[in-house]
Design a protein around this ligand. Sequence first.
Ligand code: B12
Ligand code: SF4
Ligand code: SF4
Length: 406
Amino acid sequence: MYSGSVDTFSMPNHAPLPIIAPPTPRQLLTAVVKRVAAEHGLTLARVTTADPFTTLVPILLDRIGAGRMDGFDWFTPQRAIESTDPRTIHPDPVSILSVGMACHVPDPGKPADGVLRGRIARYARGEDYHRVLRARMDAMVDTLAARLGRDIVSRRVTDTARLVDRAVAARAGLGWYGKNACIIVPGHGSWVLLGEIVLDLDLEPDAPLDRSCGQCAICIDRCPTGAIVAPYEIDAPRCLSFQTIEQRGPIPRELRAALGDWIFGCDVCQEVCPYDRAAIRQPDPVFAPRAIDNAYPSLPWLLEMSETAFRETYRGTPVIRAKRPGLARNAAVALGNTRDDAAIAPLAAALAGHDSSLVRLHAAWSLGRFDAGTARAALDRAQRNDPDPDVRAEAIVALSHAGEDR
Ligand code: B12
Ligand code: SF4
Ligand code: SF4
């Protein structure tokens, strides 16, 4: 790839001739780096400098101070400040290669098979991007070192507490910030997962993209929980992605109905975005779901699945992170949200016998959304017999609101 400057000069009696400045060694090196990245499946790759992201510091500290990152124990002010400076992870950083993998594989759609099903966010339906991206970045650096005939000191990160992936991608012009805080990549929308390679190579930086959402605010209006509290500002504790993936305890009552059928992550603020809808679909095939349970799993099955079944179905995918009780908890809530009487029997069975009190508690909440006698009977048994006081208390609350739309 050549990106040198083009100039013209005039000669008497001749049309202007273009003068193409020869590429500099830095431009040639940058072209080699991007070519090697593409050879390793990192087709989205742009460069920025390794200068600290100083303007990010007050934003991160403001967010922490406002409680927007509550629930992330690792997101301390100290850690946040460190994550804005590549020198904290590399002894001699000069450039950063921002890389992305497109994850919007075709949606198989919920089967119309009469089974009550949940919904998994698209990025989590196939292979775990952390592993794939890491492996590609590692292989790419090895090839690059061999091609250049020199050692390269590099640090490769994705989704860590060590660098703010989106800030790197924005400065490198890989994409631009949407008001949903996601990086929108031309041609792919925000369906792109990000990583960085911090290098000791002097590369030609790309320019940030001069794009913005303009007057659009669809994602803010459509977020089911109002978690986009202002443009570019997410209140993580209110975000369904946080509640379904990171939350280890009970999901706050006031957010349970908003969860709808999401049982791992949430894609609403991306699905409604005009840029995401118009994106050319060139996803990486590693993100394709292995089976329907990796995209739209049966909710009753999630409530009764064994540890072995959980591991076999979700091994190597991001869903493993939720752990079996967490996923079953989400399924219990999603079953209640169906308001379909077919949900009562699996919920009653879970309330009576699930090994996790967290799951029983959410099954109680969900049963409280039904007016049927079988739901009340299951709640009545639980309020008297469940060994966990929190489950008994939830059953009492559920009975007092039984059948209400809450
Ligand atoms: C913590 C975290 C979360 C938390 C908190 C979300 C958040 N907004 O921070 C939770 C669990 C809620 C979450 C959810 C999701 N996440 Co997440 N998450 C992260 C993580 C680990 C850190 C993000 C961070 O530092 N946040 C700090 C806070 C303060 O950022 P913020 O409030 O959003 O503000 C940012 C911008 O809005 C911008 N900004 C602030 N003010 C202004 C003002 C202007 C004018 C502009 C232009 C920009 C701007 O600067 C901030 C820094 O980026 C990153 C990986 C990483 N290490 O970077 C992945 C990451 C951001 N997540 C990612 C994904 C895919 C998601 C989900 C889509 C997953 C899903 N489908 O469920 C959702 C999307 C939710 C959303 N709308 O943001 C991707 C994003 C890819 C992309 N194209 O943008 C990342 C980069 C992981 C990766 N390596 O690919 N995530
Ligand atoms: S991921 Fe869902 S809950 Fe979180 S901000 Fe986007 S739309 Fe809202
Ligand atoms: S929905 Fe509209 S406001 Fe939200 S990110 Fe997309 S373009 Fe921006």
